[in-house]
Design a protein around this ligand. Structure first.
Ligand SMILES: [Cu+2]
Length: 724
């Protein structure tokens, strides 16, 4: 059916000064309040209209960063979520099976004085251009209607990791249809089905290509890179809303229990034996332990209070998976005796620094909602540190209650910093999958100090970002905060009427903001003047750095690849300092691929000249593999430019002269005087539905009314299906 894009609004690019603080401030920095609070720069977004009409009349809007990847070439790959909500006129539940669109991707370049965007080819990742087969819940029953050829390959609801060579593997995703539907109307009961597809983005060519597909279709899976470079894939669901599978009834009413492993060398998938099956939440919080096993941190996405899987009580149990024996071992329910024992929904799970001898690993989680069904719908403010101890014969789990967050936060993204601190960004006061648009956004980030186990509020951001927000550490030590792609208000049409009263924005937000953490205002930053591009396992590595005597630690951090609060490969590996001279420190590279799977990492040096840890600008390195030939030149050029700029800035700061041009100011992101004003809020492309237009939709309104009975059971993406 024809759809009309509405209310096209021009928004100017809001340029930001993209260069980070290099000198960390002058002598006056001791009194600088930003040394406690950090600072946000003004929001900016892709230039052009917020939404334009495609040849079919559908709204094509600027994507929000619901999934964000920091590429080894320093650029940022991101893609949208829930594309097409702008075309829903009355009811997401009744129209979205047709109105949904494949999600667009973008590449953002932050180097230089202005942000720049490019569009990968194809923009939507290229899966299923000719449609994909549906799995009907009722063979021969009310039919599947799938008349939109542009929504069978959505990037939304996939998961992604960095391959060892810096390409990005993206697995799963979404296809949309109505089941049942009314042919020719665009109306029906929306269904979101997982994809079997896997695709790879190559930063050297800006292209997406398709690789072999999985056996099982997965919506909201989690990927974890194993020590041998293969990729363990768990969970996801095939049909989100009506998960009954006539061809395999035993799999009905729960998520995909089968696990699969992808081998990037052969490009093939292997279904693991039944011993590797496990009932897990969507986007289970997984991490690779330094013994090579995969840890499930008893957290993930869940939709309280009505339940999502008949066996979801099992999600309370933390466990490890051994890739050699392909078996799981339960570690028990974490946090017994704390305020939030067991499963936590929509909570981040951030790996804290791995330190020699690498025999334990700790994970900080915070916020979200508590428990499986019935659980909580209101956000919680608890945090906890789960530690898996591998020093004995068998892995053991212990939980330490963390400090209470200053704000309850559902769907808050946690970002690990080079210093070992963690910042919680974004989120909402309640679960906005249950009641879209009814949460109060949390705009104040807070920082966790592992030394005190406490959370402290930071400088607030400009934009509200709740469902489908992201935040990732940039190689320069700042944090890129973006996203917000909500479900339409109350599963109807997007309605911004409640926003002035402090509720969540009804429309997607394609903007970004860059946060400079407090450590950027604590004094001079060390400058890494030289380091090898590739770190062989266990090798001694000379890191040439300014003022080596002040160096406290050297870490490598996996390049981020985040969606839905999860980046399973995220890890910070502290490298022991074994020698120090007048111009360098010498460290030992990670000992094994279990401690640090091969691939792209950013190396940071943390110094302390008396006012707390201050990280260097990071250097892109590869651990366990050579720098990929396709990226060698650009990484080399980036590094050379950074070293020259940072060295000049440090020289200017220490000589007492004015900071040199090129971003050496003590302010981390000053807006240049010529910069356009910050981008306006996204235009109300949907919510302000004119009355005249409503009057023209009488036929559709009747059709919607006819479907209400069916909708009562399916208006929300959650379910209770009896065990077959
Ligand atoms: Cu989602």
């Amino acid at each position: 059916m024809q759809r009309r894009a509405r209310a096209l609004t021009l928004s100017l690019v809001a340029s930001t000064a993209l260069l980070p603080s290099l000198d960390g401030g002058s002598a006056a920095a001791a009194e600088d309040p930003r040394a406690r609070s950090g600072e946000f720069a003004a929001p900016f977004e892709e230039p052009g209209v917020v939404c334009a009409a495609d040849p079919d009349g559908r709204a094509i809007c600027k994507p929000a960063a619901a999934s964000t990847v920091v590429l080894a070439d320093g650029r940022v790959l991101y893609w949208d979520a829930l594309e097409g909500e702008e075309d829903v006129e009355l009811s997401t539940a009744a129209e979205y099976g047709d109105a949904a669109q494949n999600d667009q991707s973008r590449v953002l370049r932050l180097r230089g004085t202005r942000p720049a965007w490019s569009v990968p080819s194809p923009a939507d990742g290229g899966a299923n251009p000719d449609g994909a087969p549906e799995e009907p819940a009722v063979p021969g029953g009310p039919g599947v209607v799938d008349e939109n050829p542009h929504n069978d390959g959505g990037l939304f609801c996939s998961d992604q990791i960095q391959l060892a060579d810096g390409r990005i593997l993206v697995v799963g995703g979404t296809q949309y249809y109505s089941e049942p539907g009314l042919p020719g109307t665009g109306y029906g009961v929306a269904e979101l089905q997982g994809l079997k597809n896997a695709r790879v983005f190559d930063p050297a060519t800006n292209r997406w290509t398709q690789v072999a597909s999985m056996t099982y279709a997965r919506w909201y899976p989690s990927l974890t890179t194993l020590p041998d470079g293969t990729v363990f894939t768990a969970s996801g669901v095939t049909k989100l809303i009506k998960p009954f599978y006539p061809s395999r009834p035993a799999d009905s009413g729960t998520n995909v229990k089968q696990t699969e492993t992808f081998n990037p060398r052969t490009g093939t998938w292997t279904v693991n034996p039944p011993s590797a099956n496990r009932s897990l939440p969507l986007y289970p919080r997984m991490h690779l332990l330094p013994n090579g096993h995969v840890y499930y941190d008893a957290a993930g996405q869940a939709f309280n209070p009505s339940g999502q899987s008949y066996d979801e009580a099992l999600w309370n149990i933390a466990a490890t998976y051994d890739p050699a024996s392909k078996t799981w071992t339960d570690l028990g329910v974490p946090g017994i005796g704390t305020a939030a024992p067991g499963f936590r929904g929509s909570s981040f799970s951030v790996a804290l620094p791995l330190r020699p001898p690498y025999t334990s690993m700790s994970f900080l989680s915070g916020g979200g909602v508590s428990g499986v069904t019935p659980g909580t719908v209101l956000a919680i403010a608890t945090s906890q540190v789960n530690t898996v101890d591998l020093s004995g014969q068998a892995a053991t789990l212990r939980t330490k209650a963390g400090g209470t967050l200053n704000n309850p936060r559902w769907y808050s993204t946690g970002v690990a910093l080079p210093t070992g601190e963690v910042i919680a960004f974004n989120g909402s006061s309640m679960d906005e999958v249950v009641a879209p648009g009814s949460g109060i956004p949390v705009r104040t980030p807070e920082i966790y100090d592992p030394a005190t186990n406490a959370w402290t509020e930071l400088a607030p951001q400009a934009k509200s970002r709740t469902y489908h927000n992201t935040a990732v550490l940039l190689p320069d030590g700042r944090v890129l905060v973006g996203g917000h792609a909500p479900i339409n208000t109350g599963y109807g049409a997007a309605n911004p009427a409640a926003e002035p009263f402090g509720f969540s924005p009804a429309l997607r937000d394609p903007s970004f903001e860059i946060f400079s953490p407090p450590y950027l205002f604590r004094g001079l930053r060390p400058v890494v003047t030289s380091v090898a591009g590739s770190l062989a396992y266990g090798a001694r590595i000379r890191v040439a750095v300014t003022d080596p005597a002040t160096v406290r630690s050297v870490v490598v951090m996996r390049n981020p690849a985040l969606t839905h609060l999860i980046d399973a490969d995220q890890r910070t590996v502290e490298l022991p300092i074994v020698a120090r001279d007048a111009s360098s420190v010498t460290v030992v590279a990670p000992p094994s691929a279990a401690v640090a799977p091969a691939g792209p990492y950013v190396l940071f040096v943390n110094s302390d000249a008396g006012r707390g840890l201050v990280p260097s600008v990071g250097r892109q390195v590869f651990v366990g593999v050579p720098v990929p030939a396709a990226l060698r030149q650009v990484i080399g050029a980036n590094t050379a430019a950074d070293v020259a700029r940072e060295t000049a800035a440090r020289r200017a700061a220490t000589s007492g002269g004015a900071p040199s041009a090129g971003g050496a100011s003590s302010a981390p992101a000053p807006a240049p005087s010529a910069a356009p004003q910050p981008a306006p809020e996204p235009a109300p492309v949907v919510g302000a539905l004119p009355g005249g237009e409503l009057a023209t939709t009488g036929r559709r309104t009747t059709a919607v009314a006819l479907l209400l009975v069916v909708l009562a059971a399916a208006v929300r993406p959650r379910r209770v299906t009896p065990h077959a």
